[in-house]
Design a protein around this ligand. Structure first.
Ligand code: TNX
Length: 504
């Protein structure tokens, strides 16, 4: 039996973690002595706006349908009933994404003041069920959860992953599977790195060659690919159902060879470059002196903004080694203006802090602490993605068959044993919007690779964003993780069996 002390805002309680191996760890858990069983005749009772609560009940039904064979009946109610109750009720809850799960022998009540919170309550309920709940065929077991209650809310509002679909292209189905993974650990942003030297991955109607030419290859010379606008909208809608917002990135002025190969006029010498399938960085730049460059950017951002409901467009700005700094600065300032013109806010890699930041521009810290500090000195907020801890394309150790190691080897514990508040001295908690775990894909070519690099680090980074630092410890996390890995076994995820963890 594992006993741990939990710190919650209201109380300190002793709890038995044997039953609930939550990831990320909730703010407070109280166990009671009993079980609730879900059967084919358990109803899902909805309280609150049906248009909002109904889809969350459908999500739960979908998730449990194959393994249980159940299709639970939804019904609108006005007060607690037996069964599974989903309540969307404003009880004066001041925190967005906060939720409660209360389980007695007779019923389950998942409640929140907002839809995202209700969804996270349902994710927590899924984590309380036996791991076989994730099987894709009918299982002959009792679907019991132990009684007790969970009260929870996130420490940070932005909890994300980035997927580089430019170095290697990934299908819509792959992206959806990544969305399923991140949402199950209560992450709420997927940043898609849609363009780089090796490929342009999003259809832009005003500039068709971007995908016709720039979308045709990838690292190593494979056939690449791109998302049509319809496919992109489908990804956005799929993500929204799981409360994940897509943050699209068009990297510039560097990392632009695919665009420069597609349109001669974007080059200062008026000649299209060759397509590129290597892995060097920092050799390309848009021609910052030409007006056509800004017409191009305006068209791209306009089309992207039109199909992106989220508030941010990421404009890259990293490793522009062949753009002189005196050109880089006015360029990044002008591009932020284009983003605002299309009613979006800019996000960019930390180098942007050399330029004047528009109000609301987010600085994504990855490498230079000085840049993060320059950003906050200008009043900007920072998104934390320190390459030494949060880059899930880094190898675990020198023997990992894929991945890079320019920043660090990142073992399972190294991804976990740090926190957002203290990483950059001079960047304080109220200046941090959250965490993002980037997956660059120079060496990562398929879903199996993605999952091998994600697990078990994604859960560490998700917990850093969700769970307060005072409520986290490696010793406790690694035991929860070991038990939780049964879920990955059931889902068929080929995770890295880190020697730092005593796998069950
Ligand atoms: C640095 S991180 C890059 C990417 C590479 C990555 C590989 C950043 C903003 N730029 O272009 O893919 O390293 O780890």
């Amino acid at each position: 039996m594992v006993i741990a002390i939990l710190f919650s805002c209201e109380e300190q309680v002793n709890i038995d973690l044997n039953q609930e191996d939550f990831l990320p760890k909730p703010r407070s858990i109280v166990n009671a002595d009993g079980t609730f069983e879900i059967t084919a005749s358990t109803p899902i009772n909805l309280l609150g706006d049906e248009a909002k609560v109904g889809p969350i009940a459908d999500f739960f039904n979908e998730r449990i349908n194959k393994s249980t064979g159940f299709e639970l009946t939804k019904r609108q109610i006005s007060g607690a009933s037996s069964g599974i109750n989903l309540y969307l009720i404003d009880e004066g809850e001041e925190f967005s994404e906060a939720y409660r799960v209360e389980i007695t022998k007779n019923n389950v009540i998942v409640s929140s003041a907002n839809e995202a919170g209700l969804f996270y309550g349902v994710q927590t309920l899924l984590q309380m069920l036996p791991p076989e709940i994730h099987a894709d065929s009918k299982q002959d077991i009792k679907w019991q959860v132990s009684t007790g209650s969970v009260r929870d809310r996130p420490a940070y509002g932005y909890r994300g992953t980035m997927l580089d679909v430019a170095r290697h292209f990934f299908s819509v189905d792959d992206v959806k599977r990544v969305i399923d993974h991140i949402a199950s650990y209560k992450m709420n942003r997927l940043h898609l790195h849609l363009s780089d030297d090796q490929g342009w991955r999003i259809e832009i109607k005003a500039w068709p060659n971007l995908t016709k030419i720039g979308g045709t290859t990838q690292v190593g010379g494979g056939k690449g690919g791109f998302y049509t606008q319809e496919q992109y909208k489908d990804i956005v809608a799929y993500a929204a159902k799981q409360f994940v917002t897509i943050v699209p990135e068009i990297d510039m002025p560097g990392h632009t060879n695919a665009a420069l190969a597609s349109y001669a006029e974007l080059n200062c010498d008026g000649k299209a470059t060759d397509l590129y399938t290597g892995t060097e960085v920092g050799f390309s730049t848009l021609c910052v002196d030409k007006e056509i460059t800004y017409k191009f950017i305006d068209d791209v951002i306009r089309e992207l903004a039109e199909m992106t409901p989220g508030e941010y467009i990421h404009i890259g700005g990293d490793e522009s080694h062949v753009t002189p700094i005196e050109d880089y600065i006015p360029f990044m300032e002008r591009v932020q203006g284009i983003v605002s013109k299309h009613n979006k806010k800019s996000m960019a890699w930390d180098e942007i802090a050399h330029a004047k930041l528009k109000e609301n521009t987010i600085v994504q810290f990855w490498a230079e602490e000085e840049n993060a500090k320059k950003g906050v000195m200008q009043g900007a907020k920072v998104l934390m993605s320190p390459a030494k801890r949060a880059y899930i394309d880094m190898q675990y150790d020198s023997t990992t068959r894929i991945g890079l190691h320019w920043a660090a080897y990142i073992e399972a514990d190294s991804a976990y044993t740090w926190n957002l508040e203290e990483y950059v001295k001079g960047v304080n908690p109220d200046q941090i919007i959250g965490i993002e775990a980037p997956m660059w894909t120079e060496t990562i070519t398929n879903m199996d690779d993605i999952e091998y690099m994600m697990f078990p680090r994604l859960t560490a980074l998700a917990e850093i964003g969700w769970t307060e630092t005072a409520n986290r410890s490696w010793d406790d996390y690694k035991e929860r993780l070991a038990r939780h890995s049964e879920v990955w076994n059931v889902k068929g995820i080929n995770y890295y069996k880190s020697p730092r963890i005593d796998w069950e």
